[in-house]
Design a protein around this ligand. Structure first.
Ligand code: 2P0
Length: 325
């Protein structure tokens, strides 16, 4: 068995829409921060006795659509490696209970790394990033630690992520768990509907490229305020495109707005903090280490303490010297 660990990431410039659904090529380039704390460990063991891939997640044998997504990915691994062996895949998500975090980024990054090694494929970071992308777009970014950019590219070979900054500055992400339950509309379905029906979508794509061009110098200069403003605006534009879809939809809940308003209030009090929101109701607040306690204290008036999780920049994918059980 080969095994790997990968951490989740949070996008500051979002990926929202594919121009090739088979190859998972995005409409626009995106940029994220890999986080510590939330990670997935996955082991892959090819076995002659198996007649299909067996997927055990958190101790439970997977079936249905989730197992199919993994088998589809393993089919690609066999196609690339020339092997005909099916595998036993054992995966553990290390995510605080009901944190409402998507595990597809860390999950497919860890799976790509473990499977590539055990099936004898290219394990260079760029190759792993391309491979992880085929499982889930955001997984391409979890191959690296710190700030990471996923180049949209023009084809399979040119669409991969690369590190832009190791984030060795005291940036923190406070995750506010508004609702830890699974969302009703998957990211995959939500982004497809937005691409196909939202009249705001072309503007979203154009503006995202501008946002990306603006945020990169802010990251290099450790200019927290510019970074926060651009990330917050980018997230709002993505959610605006969803509201304009047909039928329209939103992932926001009442608690989502509460956190957004607290961020604005905290800023009015001289506390720099900015939010971002993915395809769910939970909010991530970016801040610098000296302000994290003040922000947590404020939010604790509205949310229980276990719903407030502080994370730091995390590392890239790594191989494990122990099996996953
Ligand atoms: C992101 N999200 O950039 C964006 C922002 C959600 C909101 O990437 O269809 O699970 O597997 O490629 O990667 C979630 O989408 O979608 C996502 P697929 P994925 O992080």
């Amino acid at each position: 068995m080969d095994a790997a660990r990968a951490y989740t990431n949070i996008a500051l410039i979002k990926y929202w829409g594919k121009r090739d659904e088979q190859l998972i090529l995005p409409m626009n380039s995106s940029l994220s921060l890999t986080l510590d704390t939330f990670y997935t460990e996955t082991g892959v063991e090819p076995l002659k006795a198996l007649h299909e891939d067996e997927v055990v997640m958190d101790g439970v044998l997977l079936s249905g659509a989730s197992a199919e997504k993994v088998r589809h990915f393993m089919h690609l691994i066999r196609e690339k490696s020339g092997s005909r062996l099916f595998a036993r895949i054992v995966t553990r998500n290390h995510v605080p209970v009901a944190a409402g975090f998507a595990s597809s980024a860390s999950g497919f990054a860890a799976l790509a790394a473990a499977a590539a090694r055990v099936y004898g494929l290219d394990c260079s970071p760029a190759a792993l990033s391309r491979l992880a992308r085929r499982g889930s777009g955001s997984a391409s970014r979890s191959i690296y630690g710190g700030f990471v950019k996923w180049l949209k590219g023009t084809d399979d070979a040119s669409s991969y992520a690369l590190p832009v900054d190791p984030a060795r500055w005291p940036i923190r992400v406070l995750s506010v768990v508004v609702n830890g339950k699974a969302k009703r509309l998957s990211s995959r379905a939500g982004m497809k509907r937005t691409v196909e029906t939202s009249p705001f979508y072309p503007a979203w794509v154009r503006q995202s490229e501008k946002d990306l061009a603006g945020i990169e110098p802010a990251i290099r200069a450790h200019d927290f305020e510019s970074l926060g403003k651009i990330a917050e605006a980018n997230a709002l534009r993505m959610h605006a495109a969803m509201l304009a879809a047909d039928p329209p939809f939103t992932y926001w809940e009442e608690g989502t707005l509460t956190v957004m308003r607290r961020a604005a209030y905290l800023r009015s009090q001289g506390v720099p903090c900015y939010f971002t929101i993915d395809a769910g109701p939970n909010v991530k607040l970016f801040c610098l280490q000296p302000h994290v306690n003040r922000i947590r204290e404020d939010l604790s008036r509205f949310f229980p303490s276990e719903a407030l999780i502080v994370t730091r920049p995390g590392p890239g994918v790594a191989y494990l010297d122990h099996p996953v059980q």
